[in-house]
Design a protein around this ligand. Structure first.
Ligand SMILES: O=C(O)C(=O)C[C@]1(C(=O)O)C=C[C@@H](O)C=C1
Length: 264
């Protein structure tokens, strides 16, 4: 089995360099959307009332769940979920698109449709990420807050589920090596094969730098580049930690789950 850490290919960019390269370019472009949407959400305090299931006596759901459900209903009419990169958090009873579907390229194996960790992402976002991203308090702007939450959830889900595309190009690059671990249902071996530590380190450093650029306080005074974290809207090391603790690990979960089904 090829050594995936020390292969001659630099960080996995070998025979299918174009494909893996293109996939990684998409992940890098998605960083911009994720970093910016997190910085925008941090404009508001936590606003707990929007997430409290008991706050709406009538429905038993939180305002957040109702907001996302109804937003996804509208987005479904606009064809959002025809795109295999887009997965709704509430998939039941969604309406059909109003326009004829766009013919998206079929890159993934059909089993990709059954790899869905939206519930994990939802719980991570509201229970782990949001409490450390936002200040305590309530400013009453629940509609604006939930619109920003929706943008964060969609960007995070798109990026994490993009792990299917990464896994597909890696499988095509070394089908025999991956097939052996898939047949053995060896999750640990698959995780080792698909992991490139140096790539992960570059991701963490780059998103922290993007948080500095996107989150700096722009003034007409002398540039204060590289100031301390007090000059940033969100601590850049926090954004790096969000990638390290959740976004990258959940992407790898998607890669492993997709690969386990790839030979079905
Ligand atoms: O670029 C890859 O090879 C990926 O699998 C993506 C990713 C990531 O989530 O950023 C995940 C696992 C790798 O160790 C490196 C990076």
């Amino acid at each position: 089995m090829a050594s995936f850490e020390a292969s001659s290919r630099d960080e996995g960019e070998g025979s299918n360099q174009t494909s893996l390269k293109t996939v990684r370019e998409s992940l890098i472009r998605q960083e911009d959307s994720i970093v910016f949407s997190l910085i925008e959400r941090a404009r508001h305090p936590y606003n707990a009332a929007a997430y409290d299931n008991s706050s709406l006596k009538s429905s038993g759901s939180s305002l957040a769940e109702i907001f996302v459900r109804e937003a996804e209903h509208l987005h479904a009419k606009a064809g959002r979920y025809d795109n295999p990169e887009e997965i709704p958090f509430f998939s039941e009873d969604l309406p059909l698109p109003l326009l004829p579907p766009y013919n998206y390229p079929q890159v993934l194996h059909p089993v990709a449709a059954s790899v869905n960790i939206t519930k994990t992402i939802w719980n991570m976002y509201f229970n782990e990420l949001l409490p450390i991203l936002t200040t305590k308090g309530d400013d009453g702007n629940y509609a604006s807050t939930l619109a920003l939450d929706l943008a964060c959830l969609q960007a995070l889900s798109r990026r994490i589920h993009y792990g299917k595309y990464v896994a597909e190009v890696k499988f095509r690059d070394a089908p025999m090596d991956y097939s052996s671990a898939i047949h053995d249902k060896d999750r640990e071996a698959l995780m080792r094969m698909l992991t490139f530590e140096r790539v992960e380190e570059m991701v963490k450093q780059r998103v922290a730098k993007k948080a500095m650029v996107f989150g700096q306080q722009v003034t007409l005074e002398e540039d204060n580049w590289g100031g301390d974290t007090l000059n940033y809207k969100v601590d850049p090391t926090l954004i790096s930690r969000l990638y390290s603790d959740w976004i990258i690990p959940l992407t790898k979960v998607v890669e492993v789950e997709y690969l386990l089904l790839r030979l079905d």
